[in-house]
Write a protein that binds this ligand. Structure first.
Ligand code: ATP
Length: 266
């Protein structure tokens, strides 16, 4: 509580309050059952006899020594080609992947959109709004108060009563909209959105961009992974550009996107 007060007064005084510190972060995936070793029983027995380890574990070094500090009120875009490590980094910030080396420090529990809202496909949209709200730490009263707002924001019921149908009957866009609406109903210290805006239609994208701006005003930090440079331009003031797990550039949106576009045209 005292920390919260001092953080708020620091912000009023114009000081920048760090929310995420990533220090020389390395993430390595270990893939079992890959590799070029022979997969038959004789080869496995021979390895056992010779006491050799399995040759079938491959390592993928997805994030390589990334460091940066994110501050309150910032909306940070993550860009880079496919497989450059953007989602991996968000998962590591959310605490879902252990660092091989380096550290991640965060203020509060960062929410990775779609993961923290533990939604169930067999339950109706309505039950999922309640479940997702509870999973984010909202009280049943808070959920009741905001229920209609969440449903209206998602637009799920615009064309009929879909909120009372199981989520498995939703299109991927509808499910993504509901996930975003649930996650955005609460202010987060650190909210991370992975490609969520790309799934909704244009109208929903506009609404969610507006909501991201509001979330920023509520003093959170927002991370947005997207291949849509326009979405990034419209919502973010700072951009991190990753390539092959390395942070190539970190700076104001316009500068970084210009450099990225110039590189992509090559
Ligand atoms: N579960 C996993 N197991 C093993 N390797 C993985 C796993 N998830 C991702 N990788 C590898 O890590 C690297 C980074 O992947 P990541 O999904 O973070 O990239 P990305 O920048 O988010 O890509 P995209 O833009 O295509 O979504 C890739 O080489 C990928 O093959």
């Amino acid at each position: 509580m005292a920390d919260d007060k001092s953080a708020k007064s620091a912000q009023q005084e114009g000081e920048r309050v760090p929310t995420v510190i990533v220090d020389d972060l390395h993430i390595v995936y270990r893939v079992h059952g890959a590799g070029s070793g022979k997969g038959n029983a004789t080869a496995a027995l021979s390895r056992l006899v010779k006491r050799q380890g399995s040759p079938n574990v491959r390592e993928v070094h997805a994030v390589r020594g990334v460091s940066f500090i994110a501050y309150r009120g910032e909306a940070i875009g993550l860009i880079g080609s496919n497989g450059s490590g953007k989602s991996t980094m968000l998962r590591a910030i959310a605490g879902l992947l252990p660092p091989e080396k380096g550290k991640v420090y965060t203020e509060g529990q960062p929410s990775l959109l779609g993961v923290n809202a533990a939604l169930m496909n067999d339950l109706t949209g309505e039950r999922n709004v309640i479940l997702g709200g509870l999973a984010m730490g909202m009280s049943p009263e808070q959920i009741r108060e905001r229920y209609q707002e969440i449903v209206d924001f998602s637009g799920i019921n615009d064309k009929g009563d879909f909120i009372s149908l199981p989520m498995r009957t939703y299109s991927s866009g509808m499910a993504a909209r509901l996930r975003f609406s649930i996650a955005a109903a609460k202010s987060h210290d650190v909210l991370m959105i992975d490609e969520a805006l790309a799934t909704g239609d244009r109208q929903f994208q506009k609404r969610s961009e507006e909501r991201i701006r509001e979330l920023r005003k509520e003093a959170g930090t927002v991370f947005l992974v997207s291949h849509n440079n326009k979405s990034i331009r419209d919502t973010c003031d700072r951009v991190l550009w990753l390539e092959k797990g390395v942070l190539v550039m970190d700076g104001p949106t316009d500068e970084v996107i210009k450099a990225y576009e110039a590189e992509s045209k090559k």
